[in-house]
Design a protein around this ligand. Sequence first.
Ligand code: UDP
Length: 361
Amino acid sequence: MTNVDVIIAGAGIWGSTLARRFAEAGRKVLVLEKRQNVGGNVRCEIDSETGIEIHSYGSHIFHTSLPQVWEFINRFTTFNGYQHKVLARYKGKTYFLPLGLTLVNSFFNVELTPAELPEFMADEKHSSAIFDAFFRGYTSKQWGRAPEDVDPSIIKRVPVRSTYDVNYFNDYCQGIPLNGYNSIFENLLNHPNITVKCGLGVKLEDGVFKVGTDELPNVPLYYSGPVDALFDYKLGVLPWRTLRFETERLDIADYQGTSVVNYTEAEVPYTRIHEFKHYHPELKDIMAKPKTIIMREYSAEWKLGDEPYYPIDNLKSRELLAAYKVEAAKIPNLVLGGRLGAYKYFDMDKSIESALKVEIN
Ligand code: UDP
């Protein structure tokens, strides 16, 4: 492990972007990944029986309005032009999200125009009915707490519009990689200046970074694992939501006619069902096969040993995070990032943006 200028601990989207940038700047980069594969939670697997790309950690749709991110990622893949739509199933009926004319008109069985929608929704009776049907149950399942106890920025991720536009995101740059998500990581990390080693977790012992009992070279280290784990939880445990998935292969061509259906009632135990073949409509053979794969997603409170997915942003966790950042600042050469390292609800593009902002020196 000599002749290394930079160490990247964690080969998710943040770490892999950084590794590429350092490599292109002429630095020798060692990437250490705790799991057996690179890609973090963007990792997918191709089902051998159906050829369907399964998003192993839940649906990932690339979307951005950041030109520098779109330009960067397009160096490593070609997108298929998929535009994401999310349907919501409530009391046996299916509606288009997000909150806009399509949803409101079909839910109340009215024919409002864009100009009439704001006044209609200003009526508390209408806004509460929409909130209770589509947000209250889903949010309480997703976050394990009443929507009033969830940071408002989270629900605001879902756009509100006065048009019939049912694109789930406001970003016009969107898609699924034609050659699959894993190929992005293969391409990002395929550089003569990058060495990747999987199955090696980095730990900090008495201020020294180690893998097993081996000390790592004393060079800048970019860490995208959980920050509290790095410090052996000495100040406390940062809270997360975790997910559990149930995957089923079905002998039908199409289960739900779309990639994601949210089940917004509290009584349905899962939050949503993913049907992955719909992410690749260009793969006509796979689309036509009388086989599909669906995945039910369940959300739960995280405990040590579970996979962390969503940071829980509240006063207590912000204070704990700030305290860990003080500890991290005492370690020379350490930079934290990514969803886990920064403890931020980053989308993929925001993770890349943050990696593009890191100073390369
Ligand atoms: N949300 C909801 N109902 C929905 C979709 C979203 O209440 O049908 C709320 C929920 O609190 C969720 C948040 O909006 O956590 C953000 O939704 P998004 O689809 O961005 O979540 P992600 O896909 O990142 O899990």
